[in-house]
Ligand binder design. Structure first.
Ligand code: FAD
Length: 394
């Protein structure tokens, strides 16, 4: 059992937690990171399944994610673009796959006009509100690129610099805190493998998990209420690896959309310099609930049939098939990220990052820029570390 004295204890070694810890060390503070899982990276996880490297969690970087791009540069990690040559497939209400190029779905002209109007309206609203007033941030998927070797390296390489300051397999159950004689606080964070005494604690976990920890004294009414209004969605990220990217031979990019399809989005997710072809697809919300009612074989069959509806029967027999099931992961409980229920952001948003005594909050979920993305996790890690370092100096 470790008994440690530190300036700051960080709960969670996802990209936000490791970034915060690394920044705090740069600022001259001592840190311990306690991580529930047996690995760092949180919702980013690059693993090899049946010989295929898969991005089980977060993977894409878009050009506006400048904090992440800066960090990738610093960590000397390269990126490569998603394959997007050739035509895409759209399945509309009639169920027939239609080839198209460009960014606009091949829909009835009246619908296209209405979609363009809606997109312009949302873009206008988002620009008007701005990212730091956190009501809206459009998800820029269109120019996605990937990290050579996998997104988890953002955490792994930063964690390497933290060395023994990260303790794995250590779910934090209790955070005790009290004022000290100097106007600061004494914090004691307890888990099975360690007790860490510190001056500050950063909760670098998604907000739906705050209530897994007993805070002593309890959090104030506002936090108790606010935290109940944030939950994770449910998405199954499906990976299918084939001996070749067969769709490319047919002049297809692998990008497919179908509003009513079981797998609503499909992309070519072939790894850098890999001769095999990988498709990734997403099954969301009630559609995910429904397929989880099926047995594993029936679910696989239904999902592959849906992908074959876009790309043909060759899609039915991948060499490797894997479903990222983040809803079953105790230390995440859903995908992709936490958001407020209707009206929650307006009601609680202004207080979501307010510290409670020595307790600070850092994850991609309440981020402004980079909201719900690795970029937001990094920004939040940096912002929170700077706030703590500033107070620690006083
Ligand atoms: P997390 O990554 O969730 O890290 C939190 C850490 O805290 C975890 O390691 C967890 O084990 C640990 N923890 C929790 N509770 C405790 C406890 N009590 N004690 C100790 N440790 C605890 N983002 C993108 O930018 N691009 C994408 O393409 C993308 N795709 C995604 C696809 C999927 C399927 C998922 C699930 C996410 C995706 N995201 C994507 C989102 C991105 O992965 C997250 O926004 C990011 O990982 C959040 O980082 P974080 O550090 O805030 O939280």
């Amino acid at each position: 059992m470790l008994n440690l004295n530190r300036d700051v204890v960080v709960v969670g070694a996802g990209p936000s937690g490791v970034t915060a810890a690394r920044e705090l060390k740069k600022a001259g503070l001592t840190v311990t990171v306690l991580e529930a899982r047996n690995r760092v990276g949180g919702r980013t996880w690059t693993d090899t399944v049946d010989g295929a490297m898969l991005e089980i969690g977060g993977q894409w970087v878009s050009p506006d994610q400048t904090a992440l791009l800066e960090l990738l540069d610093e960590l000397k990690l390269d990126t490569y673009p998603r394959y997007r040559e050739g035509e895409s497939i759209y399945i509309g209400a009639d169920g027939a796959p239609v080839r198209y190029t460009g960014d606009t779905f091949p829909v009835d002209p009246d619908i296209a006009v209405e979609m363009d109007r809606l997109v312009a309206l949302l873009d206008g609203l988002a620009a008007e509100v701005g990212a730091s007033a956190p009501w809206a941030h459009p998800k820029a998927r269109e120019l996605d690129r990937r990290v050579v070797g996998g997104m988890q390296q953002v955490s792994l390489l930063q964690a390497r610099e933290l060395g023994g300051d990260i303790v794995l397999n250590s779910p934090v159950r209790t955070v005790n805190w009290e004022p000290d004689a100097d106007g600061g606080h004494c914090v004691t964070v307890e888990c099975d493998r360690a007790t860490v005494n510190a001056r500050f604690v950063i909760m670098a976990v998604p907000p739906n998990l705050y209530s897994r920890v007993s805070f002593n004294p309890p959090l104030p009414r506002r936090q108790h209420q606010m935290h109940q209004h944030q939950s994770l969605g449910l998405v199954i990220k499906v990976h299918a690896v084939y001996s070749t990217p067969f769709w490319r031979n047919a002049g297809l990019s692998g990008t497919c959309f179908g509003a009513d399809a079981l797998v609503q989005e499909v992309y070519d997710n072939t790894n850098h310099a890999d001769p095999r072809g990988t498709l990734v697809g997403f099954v969301s919300d009630e559609k995910a609930d429904a397929v989880f009612e099926l047995g594993a074989d029936d679910r696989k069959r239904a999902i592959l049939k849906s992908i074959a509806g876009y790309l043909g029967d060759e899609a039915l027999a991948p060499e490797v098939y894997y479903e990222s099931d983040w809803g079953s992961e105790e230390w995440t409980r859903g995908a992709y990220a936490a958001s407020y229920d209707l009206g929650g952001l307006h009601r609680y948003g202004k207080d979501q990052l307010a510290p409670v005594g020595p307790i600070y909050w850092s994850s991609s979920d309440p981020a402004a820029e980079g909201y719900q993305h690795v970029d937001g996790a990094i920004r939040m890690g940096r912002i929170t570390a700077a706030r703590v370092a500033e107070v620690a100096k006083v």
